[in-house]
Design a binder for this molecule. Structure first.
Ligand code: PLP
Length: 478
């Protein structure tokens, strides 16, 4: 399709300004540009057709089934958007006096109270802009804790081999050395390997529970005990909280610091529909080091920001992606405690239902009941037929579904990770399963058709790395 700049015709315009109702002034010369900006000049019809066409090139949660594992692509209720669009929130300026923004501070305060209740933490910050940013923040808290105790020997972070790639990346960015902990045959952490690795150089452990195989680690209390006994701290990657929210709390599992992904568990849009937000919670002493400004309630009931003396400092401008927090709070209030608990139980039920439908046709990476997601292992199918996880994922696109997460976790070589979420109906799961089963059978009967998919998408199989290696980020008029 054409770029909007290519549709531009000099002098064509859409803008009809209202009459000016304030005195006109001129900007100082130093603020004026030498040349007019090169903006596209199009009619309103061209403009709306352009964006309509663009919107048809993408696939979102409102288009159909979107089982992208670990990303929790649940439906994002429209009421969240309405709350965030209220003029009192959307029109706020971050520098306006707090007396005039009490409602916004109340949103942060309430969010903190509910999220602490749900996670078993004592305090929260809303500065981090995403999960990975929250990980980095949490690790700085752990670093600060050891520094303030004068313990410089703790330079290592233990990370299981099933972890999301952001975990070792964040640990490295925070200046730690990463120690890889192998998984046990059941998909959980290998306790012997953990006990051997934990010691006086351990700053902490990063873990997501349930993990990326969708397995709830039954040894979680033993795991956090081993790390604490070695003098380390436990960091909970909360990206998979959708499996347990309202049912189990990381704080009760022994974790000291957690991040939450508002754009996963708490139904705010992801990726192109984002931005996201990654609140970080901390327990006990760790809460003293949280970044930025914390909302406190004064004796007269008004709210104010307070800087923490021992804070690690700012990790983002102002108060994070505030409107995302408004959406998350709208979701929490709409569902309530029982609703949140039901949502995660239904997420687990849906994942198990789909797993049981697919299991006769493909190996599942971890045996037994899963939590919110499960991983198919196509290694045997690939060996026998040449059909890879990629071929099945690409073929799903032709059937109006989004692909599952591919080739993750890294410990499963031909991985397809499915997370249906609670917002899919039984009918949708039945339809999806029937199609996926058909595709898995085609591995034997018609592998060529799978190799050439997708045929019905705007583009077929783009180069996997070209956009990252040779990005083209600007456009110049010829
Ligand atoms: C999504 C995810 C992250 C990172 O979160 P972002 O918000 O994408 O930065 C970390 N860990 C796991 C397990 C995840 O699924």
């Amino acid at each position: 399709m054409k770029l909007i700049f290519e549709r531009s015709v000099p002098g064509r315009s859409t803008t009809i300004f209202p009459e000016c109702d304030v005195p006109e002034t001129t900007l100082p010369e130093s603020f004026l540009r030498a040349e007019k900006p090169d903006l596209p000049e199009v009619s309103e019809t061209d403009l709306s057709r352009h964006y309509q066409e663009l919107s048809k090139q993408v696939y979102g949660v409102c288009d159909g089934f979107y089982p992208l594992g670990s990303c929790t692509m649940k439906y994002n209720p429209s009421v969240n958007e309405e709350a965030a669009a209220l003029p009192g929130f959307a029109g706020l300026h971050p520098l306006q006096p707090v007396e005039t923004a009490q409602g916004a501070l109340r949103v942060l305060r309430l969010s903190e109270q509910y999220l602490c209740e749900l996670t078993g933490m004592d305090e929260m910050t809303f500065e981090p802009a995403a999960g990975a940013h929250g990980e980095f923040t949490g690790l700085l808290l752990i670093k600060k804790y050891h520094e303030l105790r004068g313990d410089a020997a703790r330079t290592k972070i233990l990370v299981p081999d099933s972890a999301h790639g952001t975990n070792p990346a964040s640990a490295t960015m925070a200046g730690f050395e990463v120690v890889n902990i192998p998984s046990a045959p059941d998909g959980g952490v290998d306790l012997t390997a953990l006990a051997e690795a934990a010691g006086p150089d351990t700053a902490g452990l990063m873990l997501t529970n349930p993990n990326t195989l969708g397995i709830f680690d039954r040894n979680i209390l033993e795991i956090t005990r081993i790390v604490h006994e070695a003098g380390g701290l436990c960091y909970y990657d909360g990206a998979n909280l959708n499996a347990v929210v309202g049912n189990a709390r990381p704080g009760d599992m022994g974790f000291d610091v957690v991040h939450l992904n508002m754009h996963k568990t708490f139904s705010t849009p992801h990726g192109g529909g984002g931005p996201g937000a990654g609140a970080v919670g901390a327990k006990g002493d760790m809460a003293k080091y949280l970044p930025g400004e914390h909302v406190v309630e004064k004796a007269d009931g008004t709210l104010a920001f307070e800087k923490k003396e021992q804070s690690i400092g700012r990790i983002r401008s102002y108060y994070g992606n505030f409107l995302v927090q408004v959406k998350a709070l709208a979701y929490i209030l709409m569902l309530g405690g029982d609703g949140l608990r039901d949502a995660s139980q239904n997420a687990v039920l849906n994942a198990n239902y789909l797993r049981v439908l697919l299991a006769p046709y493909c190996k599942v990476a971890a045996e037994g009941i899963c939590m919110h997601e499960f991983v198919l292992d196509l290694a045997e199918i690939k060996e026998r037929t040449g059909i890879s996880a990629m071929d099945i994922a690409k073929s799903m696109l032709d059937h109006g579904m989004h692909a599952p997460t591919m080739y993750f976790p890294l410990i499963v070589h031909e991985a397809l990770m499915f997370e249906p979420t609670e917002t899919e109906s039984k009918e949708t799961l039945d339809e999806a399963a029937a199609i996926i089963i058909e595709l898995l059978k085609m591995a034997d009967t018609d592998p060529e058709a799978l190799h050439s998919a997708p045929c019905h998408t705007p583009i077929s199989r783009p180069d996997e790395v070209k956009a990252a290696r040779t990005p083209v980020l600007t456009w110049k008029r010829a």
